[in-house]
Design a protein around this ligand. Structure first.
Ligand code: ZN
Ligand code: ZN
Length: 498
């Protein structure tokens, strides 16, 4: 006998639609609850793919089993429907993104029904529905009121020919995906979410959750907590410079210091840097590279020595030169790092290229071939009062020395950064804030939510890099909810993952 799926599945799927056997019952106190949650799909023009079907099928099996075991199961479905792919498609084909979304959702729904999933279809949600994004906006307001959403100037990807801000995924190998034009980094004021305030809890509370170990390791690496200290060095300029390090014990091996091309001290010192032309040309070159190119892909070290700048090593009073190099990112630590080429491969490569001294401070290995890594039980050499100690002993000894002598503070550092939470785009949730010249940023009263995304003539980005909403003066100009004076709405929208 052959399984006639077209007839059998159609028949049962129709029956499920009519009789709704998969509906979760609100207020049922007689049965235990089970909440089966999948990641809601992004309704693209391509329809469902196997990356949807695989996890959905797995959770569908679990939910069906739980129902058979007598649980009151909630297995919801929805569409994560704001975002760039829909907007780009809409711009290209001159169709309103709301219509593109509607058509795509219809197709997704049809395909999900064909797969026979046991979703509770009465609870279907769509993130572009004002009744839904009312709550996205409400959550944003709570974060704003608690100081967890704030505005800051951040570097963004700027296409010099389209004259627009690009999302990271629109920059392909350093050029604009849309036009192939040159992409540079530009400062722009953005809404941020202060996830770093939760960095310790995000890492410590992993002990309490039932994740597989591989995921826990990924999370720990992503948050990247390290216990180190910030060391402050005197310079021959009027400023001191600070570096963050987890290896204060290697301070006697310092042979140079490197500053990020974006560091504000460079601009301040420019009249006293005798090769400033060379330095500023290097800054312009660095501005064209992505963080990724400057990090992982950065095999060949480049940099320029700051002629006229000298830094004093607080451990031994010796002076070392300072370089600008694009492998140092402004976003991590202080934007300045110490170069200890004896015990760090990246520093060894840099020192070898620029002919800088390589001073081993832990015994063993052959320093002429490469930097050697240091083990906890390695013995300190060339290091003054640390000589003869193990690395394990020398790390806290140097930290304490730095604190006592006023050039160091103990510090915990994280790789995790606060999240950029705004885009200069149309197809996203409007940010429910008003900018008043008297009161600053003022939240809309909650009874005025949802703040509807207005209909626009053209949803293409403006040539100044502002959101298309900025052109809608009738929508932008409003009154301040606090003082009643003239004020303007925020024209950035929330990112896709809002
Ligand atoms: Zn472009
Ligand atoms: Zn006001």
């Amino acid at each position: 006998m052959k399984y006639n799926f077209t007839a059998i599945e159609k028949k049962w799927q129709q029956k499920w639609l009519e009789e709704k056997p998969f509906t979760a019952v609100t207020g049922d106190k007689t049965r235990e609850k089970f909440f089966g949650l999948i990641e809601f799909p992004y309704p693209s023009g391509q329809g469902l793919h196997v990356g949807h079907a695989r996890p959905f099928t797995a959770m569908d099996i679990i939910c069906r089993k739980k129902r058979m075991q007598g649980f009151n199961v909630l297995f919801p479905i929805g569409y994560d429907a704001f975002g760039l792919p829909t907007e780009n498609y809409a711009v290209q084909h001159k169709i309103h993104p709301a219509k593109v979304t509607r058509d795509n959702v219809e197709n997704f729904r049809k395909q999900l029904h064909m797969l026979g999933y046991s979703f509770d279809w009465d609870r279907e949600v769509n993130t572009t529905d004002p009744d839904y994004y009312k709550w996205t906006q409400w959550i944003f307001l709570q974060m704003f009121k608690k100081g967890l959403a704030y505005k800051a100037s951040m570097p963004v990807n700027w296409c010099t020919s389209c004259k627009i801000v690009l999302a990271n995924e629109e920059v392909v190998e350093g050029v604009c995906e849309r036009c192939g034009g040159e992409v540079i980094r530009k400062e722009k004021s953005q809404w941020m979410l202060a996830i770093t305030k939760y960095a310790d809890r995000l890492i410590d509370d992993l002990d309490d959750v039932d994740f597989i170990n591989r995921v826990k390791i990924q999370q720990r690496n992503w948050i990247g907590r390290s216990e180190g200290c910030e060391l402050t060095f005197e310079t021959n300029m009027e400023d001191t410079v600070s570096v963050y390090t987890t290896r204060a014990d290697t301070l006697f091996g310092l042979s140079y210091v490197v500053i990020s091309p974006e560091h504000p001290l460079l601009e301040k010192w420019k009249n006293r840097i005798s090769n400033w032309d060379e330095v500023s040309a290097y800054q312009a070159e660095a501005a064209r590279k992505s963080d990724f190119e400057r990090g992982e892909l950065n095999k060949e070290k480049t940099g320029v020595r700051l002629e006229g700048v000298l830094v004093t090593n607080p451990a031994n009073g010796e002076t070392v030169p300072m370089f600008v190099s694009d492998y140092v990112l402004m976003g991590y630590g202080t934007g300045i790092v110490m170069g200890v080429p004896g015990h760090d491969q990246r520093d060894w490569d840099f020192a070898t290229k620029f002919g800088l001294p390589i001073i081993p401070v832990v015994a063993g290995g052959d320093i002429t071939k490469s930097a050697y890594t240091t083990k906890d039980d390695g013995i300190m050499i060339n290091s003054g009062f640390l000589n003869g100690m193990t690395v394990k002993e020398a790390i806290p000894a140097m930290k304490d020395y730095a604190v006592e002598h006023g050039f160091g503070v103990k510090k915990t550092n994280f790789k995790l950064r606060d999240w950029v939470f705004s885009r200069q785009r149309y197809w996203g949730e409007p940010i429910p804030l008003v900018n008043c010249p008297q009161c600053g940023w003022v939240p809309l009263p909650e009874d005025q939510l949802p703040l509807l995304l207005p209909e626009v003539e053209s949803y293409e980005v403006t040539d100044t890099g502002e959101s298309p909403l900025a052109k809608m003066t009738g929508w932008v100009n409003t009154t301040c909810p606090q003082c009643g004076g003239p004020a303007q709405r925020e024209t950035d929208t929330m990112p896709q993952w809002a």
